[in-house]
Design a protein around this ligand. Structure first.
Ligand SMILES: CC(C)(COP(=O)(O)OP(=O)(O)OC[C@H]1O[C@@H](n2cnc3c(N)ncnc32)[C@H](O)[C@@H]1OP(=O)(O)O)[C@@H](O)C(=O)NCCC(=O)NCCS
Length: 199
């Protein structure tokens, strides 16, 4: 079973090459310390609508540095999708091996007992120009393979998905996620919990 320390020590263990629908070559690989500036470029380029659908602590170099500083220090694994020709980061796929008390309580109310032995959290974000073209569905199986290798068997959506995020909902549904329930966030927005079982 892979650990976050193993992955940070040898990012190649989770590096895959793929071709996007237009034939462009891309690489999915773990975020590395040298990515801070390119990651800042990705965050900075996200439109207000993408930032509403997928929220980060910040969208600048300081925020990118924090994400790079977190490599192998906490519970997070961040995979980036890099366009090979431009060397730009065009997607960020986040996994957390930790669960929050809120997640555990909401799923329990729906009859699902989450544990950190079996479950993890997942949140995807593509650059605006890469959304809606099947890239998410292309990358998801690779992320799920990483989940398997980390020894986890189920994936829940990190913070849920906003109920009005029709494209993400469709992407999750068609890739096997199941609806668990609806909840209201601290800001009054309606979100949905979804889970995918790998077994
Ligand atoms: C969510 C995200 C990763 C999905 O990746 P993607 O490459 O866009 O998704 P896909 O193209 O594989 O799948 C989207 C599906 O929704 C459909 N779709 C697109 N726009 C839609 C809309 N407005 N309403 C309903 N369905 C829609 C697509 O046709 C496709 O379904 P199909 O293959 O059956 O035709 C990506 O859109 C993204 O980064 N969005 C912004 C950030 C975000 O929302 N993150 C998730 C937070 S929970």
């Amino acid at each position: 079973m892979l650990t976050l320390t193993d992955i940070a020590g040898d990012p190649l263990v989770l590096t895959s090459r793929l071709r996007l629908r237009d034939g462009a070559k891309a690489v999915l690989r773990p975020l590395v310390h040298a990515d801070a500036e390119r990651l800042a470029g990705f965050l900075d380029g996200l439109s207000p609508e993408s930032r509403r659908l997928s929220t980060f602590d910040g969208y600048d170099l300081a925020a990118a540095r924090e994400l790079c500083d977190a490599i192998a220090r906490y519970d997070k694994l961040r995979l980036v999708l890099e366009d090979e020709s431009s060397e730009r980061i065009v997607g960020l796929f986040e996994l957390s091996l930790a669960l929050t008390a809120g997640d555990i309580a909401r799923y329990r109310a729906a009859g699902i007992r989450l544990t950190e032995r079996t479950d993890c959290r997942f949140g995807p974000t593509l650059a605006d120009a890469y959304q809606g073209g099947g890239v998410g569905s292309l990358v998801l199986p690779l992320v799920l393979e990483a989940v398997r290798r980390l020894g986890r068997a189920r994936v829940i959506l990190w913070g849920g998905v906003l109920a009005d995020n029709a494209r993400a909902l469709r992407c999750y549904e068609k890739n096997g996620f199941q609806l668990v329930g609806r909840f209201t966030g601290p800001d009054g927005t309606s979100s949905l919990d979804m889970i995918l079982s790998l077994t």
